[in-house]
Design a binder for this molecule. Structure first.
Ligand SMILES: [Zn+2]
Length: 309
C-alpha cells in the first residue's frame, strides 16, 4: 500500500512491483539521496537489500543468499559492505533486551503450543486500533498479528486464528500460553478452551518473563516499527501498517532458533521469494487520471510505501 504523506491511505490497483506500470519509480530512500531503485548489481545493493529484508545484518543477508534460504536475492560480493550507518538499526540498538533469549519449552510439532500477547499503544492507528494481539507457534516461531480496537476482541481473534491455522495444518491447537491479562480469562474464553481440550498456561502477575516468547517478539516488533517510522519521519498513526510490514518481512527471514530456514518455510514447507520486497518508506509517483484531478492539479501524486497488500 502506498500513502500520500499525512493523508488517509488508499488502496491502489498496482499492488506488486510487476504491476507498477503506472507508477514512476523514484528513490528507495525517503531522504531522497541518489540511490536509485534497481534490481541490478552495483554500489549500494547490499544497503538496499538490508532495508528491504527487514534490516537483517549484512552477514545474515549474505548467508541467506549463499545458502539459498530464500529465492529472489541477488548474489552479493564478499567485499560488499554497508557504506553508511543505517539510522533505523542505530535506533534499535539503543534499546536493551531484559528478557532471556532462550526459551524452556520447545514443541515437537506445529500448533502444540501457541504463545500469545497483547501489545498496547496510546496512539490510535489510522483504522482506530490501539492494540494488536500476536499468536506465535512454539515449534516454528511463525507469527500472526491481529489489530484491534478493544482488548475484549482478543477472543474473537483467537477463534479466527485457530480456524485458519488448524485448517492449514490439519491438526488442533493443544495449548495456549499467555500472561494473566483479563482478555484471556473471560468466561467465554475459558469455557471455550475447556470445551475444546486446549490446555492453558499463563505467567504470574508482574512476571511477564514467563511469557517470554510472545513478550520478546512483541518488543522486537515494536522496536523495529518505532525505528522505521522515525527513520522516515512518518506519523505515529501509521504504526499498525508498519507493524504489518515488519511481521510480513519477519516471516520471510531466518531466525536463530529455526536454523537454516525461514519461518514461512518451517511452517508451510515452501521457500519464500523476496524479489518483490521494497524498502519501507520508499517514494513513488503515481499517475492521476485526468477525470480524478482538476486542470491545475499535478499529474503525478507523491506516495510513500508503507505496507504490502
Ligand atoms: Zn538497518
Amino acid at each position: 500500500m502506498f500513502c500520500g504523506r499525512h493523508e488517509e491511505p488508499r488502496q491502489i490497483d498496482c499492488k506488486r512491483r510487476k504491476e507498477w506500470t503506472n507508477v514512476h519509480l523514484g528513490c528507495e530512500h525517503a531522504s531522497g539521496n541518489s540511490m536509485l531503485f534497481t534490481h541490478g548489481k552495483g554500489a549500494g545493493d547490499i544497503e538496499i537489500w538490508h532495508k528491504r529484508v527487514g534490516h537483517v545484518n549484512v552477514q545474515r543477508l549474505k548467508l541467506m543468499e549463499k545458502q539459498n534460504l530464500v529465492g529472489g536475492l541477488p548474489k552479493f560480493g564478499i567485499e560488499e559492505v554497508m557504506l553508511k550507518v543505517c539510522e533505523a538499526c542505530h535506533l534499535v540498538k539503543q534499546i536493551r533486551h531484559p528478557f532471556p533469549v532462550q526459551t524452556t519449552h520447545v514443541s515437537s510439532k506445529p500448533l502444540e503450543m501457541i504463545h500469545s500477547d497483547v501489545w498496547t499503544t496510546k496512539t490510535k492507528s489510522i483504522g482506530g486500533c490501539k492494540y494488536y494481539v500476536s499468536f506465535i507457534d512454539d515449534r516454528t516461531r511463525k507469527l500472526w498479528v491481529y489489530f484491534t480496537e478493544h482488548k475484549g476482541e482478543v477472543f474473537q481473534h483467537f477463534l479466527n486464528f485457530k480456524s485458519m491455522v488448524e485448517k492449514e495444518k490439519g491438526v488442533s491447537i493443544k495449548c495456549l500460553r499467555s500472561d494473566g491479562g483479563g482478555e484471556y480469562f473471560s468466561n467465554e474464553f475459558s469455557e471455550y478452551l475447556k470445551e475444546h481440550g486446549i490446555q492453558r498456561k499463563y505467567s504470574c502477575s508482574y512476571s511477564p518473563q514467563q511469557n517470554g516468547v510472545a513478550e520478546r517478539k512483541n518488543m522486537h516488533i515494536a522496536e523495529i516499527t518505532r525505528a522505521m517510522l522515525n527513520e522516515k519521519n512518518l506519523p505515529k498513526y501509521f504504526w499498525a501498517k508498519t507493524v504489518a510490514t515488519v511481521v510480513y518481512i519477519m516471516k520471510q527471514t531466518p531466525i536463530m532458533i529455526v536454523h537454516g530456514m525461514t519461518l514461512e518455510e518451517k511452517f508451510t514447507g515452501k521457500k519464500p521469494n523476496v524479489s518483490h520486497l521494497i524498502v519501507f518508506g520508499y517514494i513513488a509517483y503515481m499517475h492521476v487520471p485526468n477525470k480524478k484531478r482538476s486542470k491545475l492539479d499535478p499529474k503525478p501524486k507523491k506516495c510513500i510505501f508503507i505496507e504490502y497488500s
